[in-house]
Design a protein around this ligand. Sequence first.
Ligand code: PMP
Length: 371
Amino acid sequence: APLGAEFGLEGLPLREDLRGRSPYGAPQLDVAVRLNTNENPYPPPPELVADVAEATREAAQALHRYPDRDAVELRTALAEYLTKATGVRLAPQNLWAANGSNEILQQVLQAFGGPGRVAVGFEPSYSMHPIIAAGTRTEWLSAPRRPDFSLDADAAVALITERRPDVVFLTSPNNPTGQSIPTEDLRRLVSAAPGMVVVDEAYAEFSAQPSAVELIGSAELGGRLVVSRTMSKAFAFAGGRLGYLAAAPAVVDALQLVRLPYHLSALTQAAALASLRHADATLGSVAKLAAERDRVVESLTGMGFTVVPSDANFVLFGRFGDAATAWKSYLDRGVLIREIGIAGHLRVTIGVPEENDAFLAASKDVAATEV
Ligand code: PMP
């Protein structure tokens, strides 16, 4: 046993509010077909791999020095990408980058949440939102979605008006359910919020819906909007760990107060920049994945499953008598999908066609016993 293994967690002076909590825990299992963490299933093309290798080789020559603390070159490239993707003119000062959008969200709650402050989310949604709230000691207010998992904008506006949370999380498309928030609803929700609004657009590239970045300049909002994005999904860069946000420059100024200096390594910055130069190639997978998603939805529906409409690269489906048992049945057939804690439902990430075929074949078996 490792040194000190006899000392249990109960014996440590852990913060009371963290006692009994569970860490984020998507299982990382060595299974042939892994469709459980919403990654892009297409590996980076050889030209991108070569470019990343060359860029990091060059960066390695200056590894005795700290990296650019403000990641200016990378933020410039991200601003160019997002301007092109959304049609909304963004400057490098509107962008901020970190190690995954999880770190972006953590910095936002460090600066705008914290003790005595409340953040609200409309659940089921991304499980890290309440976990990051807990880590930053932000009180978490869980508000429900409709039984069909869509967001009830009237109820949400009423709740925001009544409870006046310091931070509102809106996830569009929503993970794990897949639906986007219609633009009109999003505008109403954002207008109703008295504090910061975080629109988590991790899966935006998969959706035809306009990005919330167009609201950043809204006078009514006064700069209280944060749109968070990531290179982990459509960009096929989950292993590189690069998330970013678009917001008014004042929000970026606020985050300087809580970020750790040199949080983005020189290697990360170099690799992300190289990867961005190949955006057209990596994002070429988006249309293929959307078509595969539609095929999977149709096939599951044909087998008698209930499928939640999805605007993203994953699909929530059911109903199972017992989701944990069904999840295991898939695993026994070599297919790793995700149990997200929604009764009777599982979530599958869209893979390459052969992986989706394997998933659908397993689904046929599972449906025979379950649905
Ligand atoms: N937001 C949402 C809605 C997500 O699903 C994820 C990844 N599962 C993230 C943020 C964080 O991803 P990353 O830290 O890799 O950018």
